[in-house]
Design a protein around this ligand. Sequence first.
Ligand code: KIV
Ligand code: ZN
Length: 511
Amino acid sequence: MTDKLIIFDTTLRDGEQSPGASMTKEEKLRIARQLEKLGVDVIEAGFAAASPGDFDAIHAIAETIKDSTVCSLARASENDVRRAGEAIKPAKRGRIHTFIATSPIHMQHKLRMTEDQVVERAVQAVKWAREYTDDVEFSAEDAVRSEMNFLVRVFDAVIQAGATTLNVPDTVGYSVPALWGERFRELIARVPNSDKVIWSTHCHNDLGMASANSLAAVMNGARQVECTINGLGERAGNASLEEIVMAVKTRRDIFTCDTRIDTTQIVPTSKLVSSITGYPVQPNKAIVGANAFAHESGIHQDGVLKHRETYEIMRAEDVGWSTNKLTLGKLSGRAAFRSRLQELGIVLDGEEALNAAFARFKELADRKSEIFDEDLQSLVSDEFVSQFCEHFRLVAMRAHSETGILPKAQVTLSVGGEEASAEMQGGGPVDATFKAIEQIVHSGTELLLYSVNNITSGTDAQGEVTVRLSKGGRIVNGQGADTDIVVASAKSYLNALNKLHSSGERAHPQV
Ligand code: KIV
Ligand code: ZN
């Protein structure tokens, strides 16, 4: 008998708490659609009380998604819970996830509340949430450093108030697998009516053990794992969805549960999240890293050729690694373009957006003979960028570099509809380009990160550039792709400036 393991994806909420990973409503919708296709059970779509923008994104996801439960986070306050309740209202299946800290250190220094007050507030929050939905999750924040007797008391009280899922977070990534498993065993044994609820684990990766701890919880009765694509999340991130799902699938001999994830969608989802958030995936990352299925040593290669299972415990194609799929070329028409986008699950908003994306495709096909699925994904990302937030737009640019001469760049931008140009020298063509942009916009931002990745292989591949800018405590990532990496760099810089320009202030759930 195998139990169902509920996969609760929090890429759009905890994942978005990674520095610079904030996403627009349209970007969140694209990820939510892909998560639905991947087969996640619950999508934590955000924290509704954070800002009107966050509320709108959750509401739009709740309207769109049919096959996954859509959830909003809420602190244990009446305003938060009611905002969450309103945001998930259109959902076919909606959940409110409310939380309060239960550890002495958080109660004393952060909340300045007594144990009695915390229990009372937790119970009240669950009751407010039950006014909107029967599916209410309660989390005891910093459960890892909470006293067992108090945890038992809080969980008992919230079950009586109507919570249906109890989440036990290792908020600070402090636990180790043996202790985390033990914590679940004891909670499930001691909390009255523990068999009437789903026990959930939410682990952070500060000591690199988020996935191992989550799996230890599963071995001791947890039947929901909270995780993110690529392990994105606050600080060192959360448990990786791909690691949890593939561990359970690959080690059926030790896990007595299974998920409903379509594992062939794992790599496409990882790529989408990476390209939208600007967080590259390290090459040696389990499952989704570029080297995860690459055999370097001659002995290993020989073994795999003779009998694949000598060195492979999973098959690359089972997690969605296909060799780059050649899809379209210069002569492909609009119908073929539209149909490939549909096959990739990409929905463009109306004929105008499709026409604009098709024009970009033709332009790219003039420079690059083979167009792969990855190129289409990035092309469409550009389309989303231009549709929704182009206060700053690249009109034209020219960069010059020559041995022995200081590189220079000329840039013409449209800023709020007005064109302006500048020419600057720099240490390299990218430096000169960024200086020319700054000469026009005077953004006052600090560049925290600059990185280039190739989208597909070959020297004619598109380069995907990520920049991270910071201003007044706010951090954003920008992306841009082009076969010319200096142009890609300019696009990514402008994308980041546009995000800073358009996004307003937001509250952080755990502050
Ligand atoms: O890490 C944490 O404790 C959280 C809670 C809000 C569940 O993200
Ligand atoms: Zn968390």
